[in-house]
Design a binder for this molecule. Structure first.
Ligand code: NAD
Length: 246
């Protein structure tokens, strides 16, 4: 069981506003590989950067579409793990929790979290590649991108690709929450990808306690006030129990 320092328990109980930023490490225990883990099977010879970009989609839309279809199947077959459930539980016992995720898998929502700020979109949604408007279309089993019913352009997944800006509303809301929180928890993220990585800096500038939950050291570890060096599921389960007095 992860040991939770007393000063973290007290800080969370006192906090009126807490921000939790999550990354792919939170979903790793649901069987969804992080980008930095080895790619599986068919996809082992590709780098994600070569599949998750606008240039890649223009160059070879069917390849990119099929990779996303494979990832969608993984997500659909996955279930939230104890980390997702503990994060949803923490928001029920603490006031003013804002959950910001870089994950596109929707597992936080399936675990019962509400008001999730999705910085990088959601893999189960689609949008038009020409005007970025959401498109409601059945894609199960399709091996090439369907055409937008409004304009005929190719449909793409509603995720933020390498080199693309994050949705403005999501970013502004996340930045405001980070600037005004008292505790900032960074869970299962390597915290190097901007602008998500910048949220911790905003929180620190505003005087928040920075806490990292990660099974390995990251670029953000040395700036953290506290580090829980454990899996997201063990650490977050222990944290929610400690805060609720269990
Ligand atoms: P990331 O940059 O968030 O890195 C993953 C981090 O999780 C690493 O620091 C690793 O040490 C840590 N980690 C791994 N397993 C863990 C565990 N069980 N408990 C705690 N920590 C653990 O994520 P990435 O893989 O570099 O992906 C970058 C971006 O790509 C994401 O932010 C997201 O937009 C997208 N992506 C999303 C998903 C998803 O939705 N599940 C998966 C892969 C990539």
């Amino acid at each position: 069981m992860t040991r939770i320092p007393e000063r973290l328990i007290e800080a969370l109980r006192r906090a009126r506003r807490t921000v939790i930023l999550t990354g792919a490490g939170v979903s790793a225990e649901s069987g969804i590989p992080t980008f930095r883990d080895a790619q599986a099977g068919l996809w082992a010879r590709y780098r994600p950067e070569d599949l998750a970009s606008r240039e890649a989609f223009q160059r070879d839309p069917e390849l990119v579409w099929q990779w996303y279809q494979w990832r969608r199947e993984l997500v659909a077959a996955a279930a939230p793990n104890r980390a997702h459930l503990a994060i949803a539980g923490l928001a029920r016992i603490l006031p003013g929790v804002t959950l910001v995720t870089q994950n596109v898998d929707g597992l936080h929502q399936r675990a019962g979290s509400g008001g999730v700020i999705e910085l990088h979109g959601n893999i189960q949604r689609n949008r038009c590649s020409a005007d970025d408007e959401l498109v409601e279309i059945a894609t199960t089993g399709s091996v090439k991108p369907p055409n937008c019913p409004r304009c005929g352009a190719k449909v793409r997944p509603d995720v933020v690709w390498f080199g693309e800006p994050v949705p403005k509303n999501a970013l502004v809301t996340a930045q405001f929450a980070a600037e005004h929180c008292e505790v900032f928890l960074s869970v299962g993220t390597s915290a190097v990808v901007l602008p998500a990585a910048g949220l911790a800096h905003l929180a620190r500038a505003g005087g928040a306690m920075l806490v990292e939950v990660n099974s390995a050291a990251t670029a953000a570890s040395e700036n953290a006030d506290l580090v829980l060096r454990d899996s997201a599921s063990s650490a977050m389960t222990a944290l929610v129990q400690a805060v609720s007095g269990g």
